[in-house]
Design a binder for this molecule. Structure first.
Ligand code: NAD
Ligand code: TYD
Length: 349
């Protein structure tokens, strides 16, 4: 069995679904079900006795210790986090609580459990982190590699950086077999519509504006979520304890390019009633404070050492994603509840 924290969120739920599609090894999911967590993401698993869902917090040491001693997982994959940069700007407290203190508590409990294991070397603690810890790049800078200096710029990335450092220290000091991954921006099914790609699809279909921060020329390196999941499975299988791995798709795109691409696919799949392009809904709005200009990942290490490569290009992955949102309007309706509308009013006032 493996323990997956944050398994009801965007990437965590994709990871669990893909895992159980390819393996019979059971999964124990621990998720606090914040606004970003949604048990409906796992609905296709109903009645499947290979998974156990526990509603709880990674910072609840007594709960996690009890779960570990009862279920005896061979690995922990830690997705649980507060993950939205804009929310971290409005209110960093939750990010400090979950990403720093929560990870610390999880590491402490994992260490105590691991200390009692017969086969210590076989255990794995995989910590899922982000490329945002490296800060921002200029247009001519080489992509982030594993040795790039940490220079986080937002409360979100600073809290993730702190958690990465704790994970590193638990390996260095105590020998806990940890692996840390730094992945670029993901997109795909079950992505909460506060993030750029699902927000734009959602707003476009409702005739609302498609907000681009500043000049829209910021660059992100996009990876289809299922490729991130396959990289994590590979790392769990064959990664070296104590190592960090960058994960990315070599798909650098400006935000303007991403949004116009989405508009063009929607024009094809679900044309507007007035036959005009969704591009007409694009609006340039106030920039995000401290907005990082460019992220890019050098993923040569995972490719060379572990033979991982993404299966999707941006063109193929983004079409699948738009199709998924069109086919799953009920899911979107469920997650865009009252709390969601309050967030939009605050953020785009
Ligand atoms: P998400 O916000 O969609 O999901 C986070 C999940 O964690 C939710 O289900 C939430 O309920 C749960 N959670 C939050 N606090 C918790 C706590 N204290 N205890 C237990 N569960 C808690 O995030 P995501 O996009 O799926 O990201 C997952 C991980 O991957 C995060 O650690 C994030 O930093 C990292 N990451 C994300 C991206 C991306 O593009 N989304 C890229 C690289 C890395
Ligand atoms: P986001 O999806 O929030 O991911 P991150 O900030 O973690 O990279 O944003 C992706 C990019 O899109 C980022 O440069 C901010 C920008 N953006 C907009 O231009 N408009 C929006 O409404 C949102 C949510 C993001």
């Amino acid at each position: 069995m493996i323990l997956v924290t944050g398994g009801a969120g965007f990437i965590g739920s994709n990871f669990v679904l893909d895992w159980l599609a390819q393996s019979d090894e059971p999964v124990l999911i621990l998720d606090a079900l914040t606004y970003a967590g949604n048990v409906h993401n796992l609905r296709s698993l109903e009645g499947d006795n290979r998974y156990v869902f526990v509603h709880g917090n990674i910072g609840d040491a007594a709960l996690v210790a009890d779960l570990l001693s009862r279920h005896r997982p061979r690995a922990i994959v830690n997705f649980a986090a507060e993950s939205h940069v804009d929310r971290s700007i409005h209110g960093p407290e939750d990010f400090i609580q979950t990403n720093i203190l929560g990870t610390f508590r999880l590491l402490e409990v994992a260490r105590a459990y691991w200390n009692e294991l017969q086969d210590k070397a076989a255990f794995r603690f995989v910590h899922v982190s982000t490329d945002e810890v490296f800060g921002t790049l200029g247009s001519e800078d080489p992509a982030f590699h594993e040795e790039t200096r940490y220079q986080p710029n937002s409360p979100y990335s600073a809290s993730k950086a702190a958690s990465d450092h704790l994970v590193r220290a638990y390996h260095h000091t105590y020998g806990l077999p940890t692996l840390t991954t730094n992945c670029s921006n993901n997109y795909g099914p079950f992505h909460f519509p506060e993030k750029l790609i699902p927000l734009v699809i959602h707003n476009a279909l409702r005739g609302q504006q498609l907000p681009l921060y500043g000049d829209g020329q910021q660059i992100r390196d996009w990876l289809y979520v299922k490729d991130h999941c396959s990289a994590l499975r590979r790392i769990l299988d064959a990664g070296q304890a104590g190592e960090t791995y960058n994960i990315g798709g070599a798909n650098e795109r400006t935000n303007l390019d991403v949004v116009t691409t989405l508009c063009d696919i929607l024009d094809e799949f679900s044309p507007r009633a007035d036959s005009k392009s969704y591009r007409d809904q694009i609006a340039f709005v106030k920039d995000r404070p401290g907005h990082d200009r460019r992220y890019a990942i050098d993923a040569r290490k995972i490719e060379t050492d572990l033979g991982w490569r993404p299966a999707e290009t941006f063109e193929s992955g983004i079409r699948k994603t738009v199709r998924w949102y069109l086919d799953n309007s009920e899911w979107v309706q469920n997650v865009t509840s009252g709390g969601y509308r309050i967030w939009l009013e605050k953020q785009y006032a």
